[in-house]
Ligand binder design. Structure first.
Ligand code: DC
Length: 204
């Protein structure tokens, strides 16, 4: 059985949490596509050229996701994501993942629009920039890292603008996506809506 759930939206809106929960509930595989761009960004921070880095990615690049989840790598990822050749280099891997037997959930920025325009379920998960910055602050606090709210908010806004305004595969909701604004929703409520959307399509 092939069944694809496409989840798009800005950083820290809850895509990962929802994607993980949906995948677990239905036994689907889950791909956080942001990690691919982060892995390219991390290679660029080490001095490589972006397109070559994207073409040279291996599973080892994704083996230690925590080192890819820093603000520096996030900004580098957002910058390399503007380059059409970088996006092209990552496309086939994502499509193959989406079509795997057993079902797949992919979260990112262009999954419902470009990578899987025929996904059975499309969600666009969003929240206000302030709420998302606050969530990032909480994540830093959990890891014992200090952060300044205004700086985190400026980072969130800079990344939103770059991801939404780029010419190739900009971040946006597909016409047939269900939008979930999680600004004032608990994670549980958002997960329940996502699961209901999948169940409605699967007839389960
Ligand atoms: O989801 P994330 O914060 O880990 O993504 C990091 C960056 O990668 C994001 O700012 C833009 C880029 N990205 C993208 O352009 N397309 C995707 N499908 C996923 C991420």
């Amino acid at each position: 059985m092939r069944f694809t759930v496409a989840i798009d939206g800005p950083a820290a809106a809850g895509k990962g949490t929802i994607g993980h929960a949906v995948a677990e509930k239905f036994g689907f595989a889950h791909l956080d596509t942001g990690l691919l761009y982060r892995a390219v960004g991390a290679r660029v921070l080490r001095g490589e050229r972006a397109i070559e880095a994207a073409l040279a990615l291996t599973p080892d690049d994704l083996a230690t996701p925590d080192v890819l989840r820093t603000p520096e790598v996030a900004q580098a990822a957002s910058k390399v994501a503007v380059i059409p050749e970088v996006r092209d280099a990552l496309l086939e891997f994502q499509r193959a993942f989406a079509h795997r037997i057993g079902g797949a959930v992919l979260d990112g920025r262009d999954i419902g629009t470009v990578i899987c325009p025929r996904a059975e379920v499309k969600l666009y998960v969003t929240a206000s920039a302030e709420v998302r910055a606050k969530r990032r602050m909480d994540e830093f606090a959990e890891r014992g890292q200090e952060a300044d709210f205004e700086t985190v908010l400026a980072d969130v806004r800079a990344r939103d603008a770059r991801d939404a305004d780029r010419a190739t595969a900009p971040m946006m909701a597909a016409d047939d996506a269900l939008t979930l604004d999680t600004s004032e929703m608990t994670a549980e409520a958002a997960i329940a809506e996502a699961i209901a959307a999948v169940q409605a399509k699967r007839g389960a």
